[in-house]
Design a protein around this ligand. Structure first.
Ligand code: IPM
Ligand code: MG
Length: 361
Protein backbone atom coordinates (compact mmCIF):
# COMPACT_ATOMS: atom_id res chain seq x y z
CA UNK A 1 0.00 0.00 0.00
CA UNK A 2 0.97 3.64 -0.57
CA UNK A 3 0.70 6.17 2.20
CA UNK A 4 1.19 9.89 1.63
CA UNK A 5 2.76 11.69 4.57
CA UNK A 6 3.32 15.45 4.71
CA UNK A 7 6.43 16.28 6.73
CA UNK A 8 6.83 19.59 8.53
CA UNK A 9 10.43 19.46 9.73
CA UNK A 10 10.16 22.82 11.45
CA UNK A 11 12.89 24.56 13.41
CA UNK A 12 15.62 23.76 15.92
CA UNK A 13 15.92 20.01 16.44
CA UNK A 14 12.77 19.44 14.32
CA UNK A 15 14.61 18.39 11.12
CA UNK A 16 16.93 15.99 12.99
CA UNK A 17 14.18 14.17 14.84
CA UNK A 18 11.99 14.05 11.70
CA UNK A 19 14.85 12.51 9.71
CA UNK A 20 15.18 9.77 12.33
CA UNK A 21 11.41 9.16 12.33
CA UNK A 22 11.42 8.91 8.53
CA UNK A 23 14.28 6.43 8.68
CA UNK A 24 12.31 4.29 11.13
CA UNK A 25 9.20 4.45 8.92
CA UNK A 26 11.24 3.44 5.89
CA UNK A 27 12.42 0.38 7.82
CA UNK A 28 8.82 -0.48 8.68
CA UNK A 29 7.88 -0.02 5.02
CA UNK A 30 10.67 -2.29 3.90
CA UNK A 31 9.82 -5.01 6.37
CA UNK A 32 6.06 -4.99 5.84
CA UNK A 33 6.00 -3.93 2.16
CA UNK A 34 4.42 -0.51 2.38
CA UNK A 35 5.41 2.60 0.48
CA UNK A 36 5.54 5.68 2.61
CA UNK A 37 5.79 8.76 0.42
CA UNK A 38 7.10 11.87 2.14
CA UNK A 39 6.47 15.42 1.00
CA UNK A 40 8.31 18.12 2.94
CA UNK A 41 6.57 21.43 3.52
CA UNK A 42 7.42 24.56 5.48
CA UNK A 43 5.84 25.92 8.61
CA UNK A 44 7.06 27.99 11.57
CA UNK A 45 10.32 29.91 11.57
CA UNK A 46 11.60 28.53 8.29
CA UNK A 47 8.35 29.48 6.58
CA UNK A 48 8.63 32.99 8.03
CA UNK A 49 12.15 33.28 6.62
CA UNK A 50 11.10 32.03 3.22
CA UNK A 51 7.56 33.37 2.75
CA UNK A 52 7.08 35.95 5.52
CA UNK A 53 4.24 33.94 7.11
CA UNK A 54 4.35 31.04 9.60
CA UNK A 55 1.77 28.93 7.73
CA UNK A 56 1.83 29.23 3.92
CA UNK A 57 -1.39 28.20 2.12
CA UNK A 58 0.54 25.63 0.12
CA UNK A 59 1.47 23.84 3.37
CA UNK A 60 -2.18 23.57 4.39
CA UNK A 61 -3.09 22.28 0.92
CA UNK A 62 -0.39 19.60 0.89
CA UNK A 63 -1.37 18.48 4.42
CA UNK A 64 -5.04 18.27 3.43
CA UNK A 65 -4.17 16.07 0.47
CA UNK A 66 -2.02 13.74 2.58
CA UNK A 67 -3.11 10.87 4.77
CA UNK A 68 -1.20 12.16 7.75
CA UNK A 69 1.26 14.81 8.86
CA UNK A 70 4.55 14.31 10.68
CA UNK A 71 5.77 17.39 12.52
CA UNK A 72 9.12 18.07 14.24
CA UNK A 73 8.80 21.26 16.27
CA UNK A 74 8.62 24.98 15.59
CA UNK A 75 9.97 28.16 17.13
CA UNK A 76 13.21 29.69 18.32
CA UNK A 77 14.74 32.91 19.66
CA UNK A 78 15.25 34.26 16.14
CA UNK A 79 11.51 34.86 15.78
CA UNK A 80 10.63 35.76 19.39
CA UNK A 81 10.28 39.48 18.80
CA UNK A 82 7.60 39.08 16.11
CA UNK A 83 3.97 39.95 16.91
CA UNK A 84 1.89 36.98 18.09
CA UNK A 85 0.11 36.26 14.81
CA UNK A 86 3.41 36.12 12.91
CA UNK A 87 5.33 33.92 15.35
CA UNK A 88 6.21 30.31 14.44
CA UNK A 89 3.75 29.04 17.07
CA UNK A 90 0.93 30.74 15.18
CA UNK A 91 1.71 28.31 12.35
CA UNK A 92 1.23 25.36 14.67
CA UNK A 93 -2.05 26.68 16.05
CA UNK A 94 -3.12 27.51 12.48
CA UNK A 95 -2.48 24.04 11.10
CA UNK A 96 -4.30 22.39 14.03
CA UNK A 97 -7.29 24.63 13.35
CA UNK A 98 -7.13 24.33 9.54
CA UNK A 99 -7.15 20.53 9.72
CA UNK A 100 -9.85 20.46 12.42
CA UNK A 101 -7.62 18.57 14.86
CA UNK A 102 -9.51 19.17 18.08
CA UNK A 103 -8.26 16.14 20.01
CA UNK A 104 -4.71 15.86 21.23
CA UNK A 105 -3.75 12.44 22.59
CA UNK A 106 -0.60 12.38 24.70
CA UNK A 107 0.39 9.06 26.27
CA UNK A 108 2.85 9.22 29.16
CA UNK A 109 4.02 5.92 30.50
CA UNK A 110 7.10 4.90 32.38
CA UNK A 111 8.96 2.35 30.29
CA UNK A 112 10.57 -0.44 32.19
CA UNK A 113 13.95 0.30 30.62
CA UNK A 114 13.79 3.91 31.76
CA UNK A 115 12.69 3.37 35.35
CA UNK A 116 15.92 4.85 36.69
CA UNK A 117 15.46 8.12 34.82
CA UNK A 118 12.15 8.81 36.60
CA UNK A 119 12.69 11.81 38.90
CA UNK A 120 10.13 10.61 41.46
CA UNK A 121 10.82 8.67 44.67
CA UNK A 122 11.11 4.93 44.12
CA UNK A 123 8.04 4.02 46.17
CA UNK A 124 5.95 6.46 44.12
CA UNK A 125 7.40 5.38 40.81
CA UNK A 126 6.86 1.71 41.59
CA UNK A 127 3.09 2.24 41.64
CA UNK A 128 3.45 2.59 37.86
CA UNK A 129 2.80 5.47 35.50
CA UNK A 130 0.57 4.89 32.51
CA UNK A 131 -1.45 7.96 31.60
CA UNK A 132 -3.10 9.30 28.49
CA UNK A 133 -3.77 13.00 28.42
CA UNK A 134 -6.69 13.88 26.15
CA UNK A 135 -6.31 17.60 25.55
CA UNK A 136 -8.79 19.81 23.72
CA UNK A 137 -6.76 21.44 20.96
CA UNK A 138 -8.69 23.95 18.87
CA UNK A 139 -10.60 25.98 21.45
CA UNK A 140 -10.28 27.67 24.82
CA UNK A 141 -7.91 30.49 25.64
CA UNK A 142 -5.59 29.59 22.77
CA UNK A 143 -8.23 30.66 20.27
CA UNK A 144 -10.39 33.09 22.29
CA UNK A 145 -10.50 36.85 21.74
CA UNK A 146 -7.34 38.60 22.78
CA UNK A 147 -5.88 42.04 22.52
CA UNK A 148 -3.40 44.47 23.95
CA UNK A 149 -4.97 47.88 24.43
CA UNK A 150 -2.68 50.79 23.73
CA UNK A 151 0.45 49.78 21.92
CA UNK A 152 2.86 52.20 23.62
CA UNK A 153 3.12 50.45 26.96
CA UNK A 154 2.51 52.50 30.12
CA UNK A 155 0.80 51.65 33.38
CA UNK A 156 -2.67 52.06 31.89
CA UNK A 157 -2.07 49.58 29.13
CA UNK A 158 -3.89 46.30 29.51
CA UNK A 159 -4.11 43.02 27.67
CA UNK A 160 -6.63 40.19 27.76
CA UNK A 161 -7.18 36.66 26.56
CA UNK A 162 -10.48 34.79 26.77
CA UNK A 163 -11.29 31.22 27.74
CA UNK A 164 -14.48 30.16 25.97
CA UNK A 165 -15.94 26.69 25.43
CA UNK A 166 -19.20 25.62 23.84
CA UNK A 167 -21.09 22.45 24.76
CA UNK A 168 -20.35 21.16 21.27
CA UNK A 169 -16.60 21.58 21.73
CA UNK A 170 -16.68 19.96 25.16
CA UNK A 171 -18.78 17.05 23.97
CA UNK A 172 -16.58 16.11 21.06
CA UNK A 173 -13.36 16.08 23.08
CA UNK A 174 -15.08 14.22 25.93
CA UNK A 175 -16.27 11.63 23.38
CA UNK A 176 -12.63 11.00 22.42
CA UNK A 177 -11.70 10.60 26.07
CA UNK A 178 -14.57 8.15 26.63
CA UNK A 179 -13.45 6.19 23.56
CA UNK A 180 -9.86 6.06 24.82
CA UNK A 181 -11.00 5.07 28.32
CA UNK A 182 -13.18 2.25 26.93
CA UNK A 183 -10.03 0.49 25.78
CA UNK A 184 -8.15 1.05 29.06
CA UNK A 185 -9.00 1.00 32.75
CA UNK A 186 -12.29 2.84 32.14
CA UNK A 187 -11.30 5.71 34.40
CA UNK A 188 -11.39 9.36 33.40
CA UNK A 189 -10.20 12.20 35.56
CA UNK A 190 -11.62 15.41 34.11
CA UNK A 191 -9.45 18.36 35.06
CA UNK A 192 -10.84 21.89 35.32
CA UNK A 193 -10.96 24.98 37.53
CA UNK A 194 -14.67 24.86 38.28
CA UNK A 195 -14.25 26.60 41.63
CA UNK A 196 -13.43 29.79 39.71
CA UNK A 197 -14.21 29.62 35.99
CA UNK A 198 -17.63 29.55 34.31
CA UNK A 199 -16.15 27.75 31.31
CA UNK A 200 -14.98 25.00 33.68
CA UNK A 201 -18.41 24.70 35.28
CA UNK A 202 -19.94 24.15 31.84
CA UNK A 203 -17.15 21.66 31.09
CA UNK A 204 -17.94 19.67 34.25
CA UNK A 205 -21.69 19.65 33.68
CA UNK A 206 -21.33 18.56 30.06
CA UNK A 207 -18.88 15.76 30.81
CA UNK A 208 -21.14 14.43 33.57
CA UNK A 209 -24.25 14.51 31.42
CA UNK A 210 -22.43 12.39 28.86
CA UNK A 211 -21.57 9.84 31.50
CA UNK A 212 -25.18 8.56 31.25
CA UNK A 213 -24.24 7.15 27.84
CA UNK A 214 -21.10 5.47 29.20
CA UNK A 215 -22.22 3.92 32.49
CA UNK A 216 -19.22 1.59 32.70
CA UNK A 217 -16.76 4.48 32.78
CA UNK A 218 -15.90 6.16 36.05
CA UNK A 219 -15.50 9.92 35.77
CA UNK A 220 -13.96 11.96 38.58
CA UNK A 221 -13.40 15.72 38.60
CA UNK A 222 -10.17 17.25 39.76
CA UNK A 223 -9.18 20.89 40.02
CA UNK A 224 -6.13 21.68 37.94
CA UNK A 225 -3.94 22.87 40.82
CA UNK A 226 -4.66 19.67 42.70
CA UNK A 227 -4.04 17.63 39.53
CA UNK A 228 -0.60 19.20 39.16
CA UNK A 229 0.17 18.11 42.71
CA UNK A 230 -1.38 14.64 42.43
CA UNK A 231 0.69 13.89 39.31
CA UNK A 232 3.87 13.97 41.37
CA UNK A 233 2.34 12.67 44.59
CA UNK A 234 0.44 9.67 43.27
CA UNK A 235 0.62 9.32 39.48
CA UNK A 236 -0.72 5.77 39.47
CA UNK A 237 -4.23 7.06 40.24
CA UNK A 238 -4.43 8.52 36.70
CA UNK A 239 -5.53 6.59 33.66
CA UNK A 240 -7.16 9.04 31.20
CA UNK A 241 -6.93 12.76 31.89
CA UNK A 242 -9.51 14.82 30.00
CA UNK A 243 -8.86 18.53 29.95
CA UNK A 244 -8.89 21.87 28.15
CA UNK A 245 -6.31 23.26 25.77
CA UNK A 246 -4.21 25.25 28.23
CA UNK A 247 -4.49 22.91 31.23
CA UNK A 248 -3.60 20.04 28.90
CA UNK A 249 -0.56 21.89 27.61
CA UNK A 250 0.76 22.34 31.13
CA UNK A 251 -0.17 18.95 32.57
CA UNK A 252 1.17 17.03 29.58
CA UNK A 253 4.65 18.50 30.08
CA UNK A 254 4.45 17.49 33.72
CA UNK A 255 3.19 14.00 32.88
CA UNK A 256 6.00 13.67 30.33
CA UNK A 257 8.73 14.66 32.74
CA UNK A 258 7.69 12.25 35.48
CA UNK A 259 8.26 9.44 33.01
CA UNK A 260 11.91 10.37 32.73
CA UNK A 261 12.37 12.68 29.80
CA UNK A 262 10.27 14.93 27.66
CA UNK A 263 12.37 13.54 24.80
CA UNK A 264 10.41 10.31 24.55
CA UNK A 265 6.79 11.43 24.62
CA UNK A 266 4.73 11.25 21.44
CA UNK A 267 1.42 12.79 20.51
CA UNK A 268 -1.37 12.52 18.00
CA UNK A 269 -3.73 15.31 17.02
CA UNK A 270 -6.96 14.03 15.56
CA UNK A 271 -10.24 15.30 14.18
CA UNK A 272 -13.28 13.77 12.55
CA UNK A 273 -11.42 12.12 9.66
CA UNK A 274 -8.47 9.74 9.61
CA UNK A 275 -6.07 12.58 8.85
CA UNK A 276 -3.93 13.13 11.91
CA UNK A 277 -0.92 15.20 12.84
CA UNK A 278 1.80 13.44 14.79
CA UNK A 279 4.44 15.30 16.73
CA UNK A 280 6.75 14.87 19.68
CA UNK A 281 5.51 16.90 22.63
CA UNK A 282 8.92 18.48 23.17
CA UNK A 283 9.75 21.79 21.56
CA UNK A 284 12.39 22.87 19.06
CA UNK A 285 15.18 23.02 21.70
CA UNK A 286 17.24 25.65 19.82
CA UNK A 287 20.05 25.34 22.39
CA UNK A 288 20.92 21.82 21.20
CA UNK A 289 19.89 22.12 17.54
CA UNK A 290 22.31 20.91 14.89
CA UNK A 291 24.55 19.09 17.38
CA UNK A 292 23.18 15.60 16.76
CA UNK A 293 22.40 15.10 20.46
CA UNK A 294 18.59 15.40 20.42
CA UNK A 295 16.45 12.42 21.36
CA UNK A 296 14.46 11.22 18.32
CA UNK A 297 12.39 8.68 20.29
CA UNK A 298 9.40 11.00 20.79
CA UNK A 299 9.27 11.60 17.03
CA UNK A 300 9.66 7.88 16.31
CA UNK A 301 6.92 6.94 18.77
CA UNK A 302 4.76 9.62 17.15
CA UNK A 303 5.34 7.82 13.85
CA UNK A 304 4.16 4.61 15.56
CA UNK A 305 0.99 6.42 16.65
CA UNK A 306 0.52 7.47 13.03
CA UNK A 307 0.77 3.87 11.84
CA UNK A 308 -1.87 2.82 14.33
CA UNK A 309 -4.28 5.75 14.27
CA UNK A 310 -4.20 7.06 10.70
CA UNK A 311 -3.27 3.93 8.75
CA UNK A 312 -4.74 1.18 10.96
CA UNK A 313 -1.39 -0.64 10.83
CA UNK A 314 -1.46 -2.06 14.35
CA UNK A 315 1.10 -4.78 13.75
CA UNK A 316 3.57 -2.29 12.22
CA UNK A 317 3.03 0.20 15.06
CA UNK A 318 3.70 -2.50 17.63
CA UNK A 319 6.87 -3.54 15.76
CA UNK A 320 8.20 0.01 15.85
CA UNK A 321 7.40 0.37 19.56
CA UNK A 322 9.08 -2.94 20.19
CA UNK A 323 12.17 -1.76 18.31
CA UNK A 324 12.38 1.34 20.54
CA UNK A 325 12.10 -0.82 23.64
CA UNK A 326 14.66 -3.25 22.35
CA UNK A 327 17.24 -0.49 21.79
CA UNK A 328 16.56 1.00 25.24
CA UNK A 329 16.80 -2.43 26.90
CA UNK A 330 20.25 -2.75 25.35
CA UNK A 331 21.07 0.46 27.21
CA UNK A 332 21.62 2.46 24.05
CA UNK A 333 20.68 6.01 24.99
CA UNK A 334 20.72 9.60 23.86
CA UNK A 335 22.36 12.01 26.32
CA UNK A 336 19.10 13.14 28.00
CA UNK A 337 18.28 9.62 29.25
CA UNK A 338 21.72 8.18 29.75
CA UNK A 339 22.49 6.11 32.80
CA UNK A 340 25.74 4.65 33.98
CA UNK A 341 27.17 2.16 31.50
CA UNK A 342 24.88 3.47 28.75
CA UNK A 343 26.12 3.51 25.20
CA UNK A 344 25.44 7.14 24.29
CA UNK A 345 24.23 7.65 20.72
CA UNK A 346 23.60 10.75 18.66
CA UNK A 347 20.18 11.55 17.25
CA UNK A 348 21.00 10.06 13.84
CA UNK A 349 22.62 6.94 15.30
CA UNK A 350 19.63 6.37 17.59
CA UNK A 351 17.35 6.56 14.55
CA UNK A 352 19.54 4.04 12.74
CA UNK A 353 19.65 1.69 15.73
CA UNK A 354 15.85 1.71 15.95
CA UNK A 355 15.48 1.20 12.19
CA UNK A 356 17.92 -1.73 12.41
CA UNK A 357 15.94 -3.19 15.30
CA UNK A 358 12.77 -3.03 13.17
CA UNK A 359 14.49 -4.93 10.39
CA UNK A 360 16.67 -7.38 12.23
CA UNK A 361 15.66 -7.75 15.89
C1 IPM B 1 2.58 21.97 22.62
C2 IPM B 1 3.32 23.27 22.51
C3 IPM B 1 2.47 24.28 21.77
C4 IPM B 1 1.17 24.46 22.54
C5 IPM B 1 3.15 25.64 21.53
C6 IPM B 1 4.48 25.50 20.82
C7 IPM B 1 2.25 26.59 20.80
O1 IPM B 1 3.71 23.72 23.76
O2 IPM B 1 2.24 21.41 21.57
O3 IPM B 1 2.33 21.53 23.73
O4 IPM B 1 1.14 25.22 23.52
O5 IPM B 1 0.21 23.80 22.19
MG1 MG C 1 3.29 22.34 25.36
Amino acid sequence: MNYKIAVIDGDGIGPEVCAAAIESLRAVGKKYKHDFLFEHVLMGGRAIDEYGVPLPKETVNVCKKSQSVLLGAVGGPKWDALPGHLRPEAGLLGIRKALGLYANIRPASLLNALKETCPLRTDIRDGGIDIIVVRELTGGIYFGRRNTLQKAINENTYAYDTEKYSVKEIRRIAEKAYAVAEKRKKKIISVDKANVLDSSRLWRKTVHEMNKDFPDIEVTDMLVDNAAMQLVKNPSQFDVILTSNMFGDILSDEAAMITGSIGILASASLGKTGLGLYEPIHGSAPDIAGQNIANPIAAILSAAMMLRMSFDLDREAAALEKAVNCVLEKNMRTADIKEKDSKVLGCKEMGEAIADAVLFA
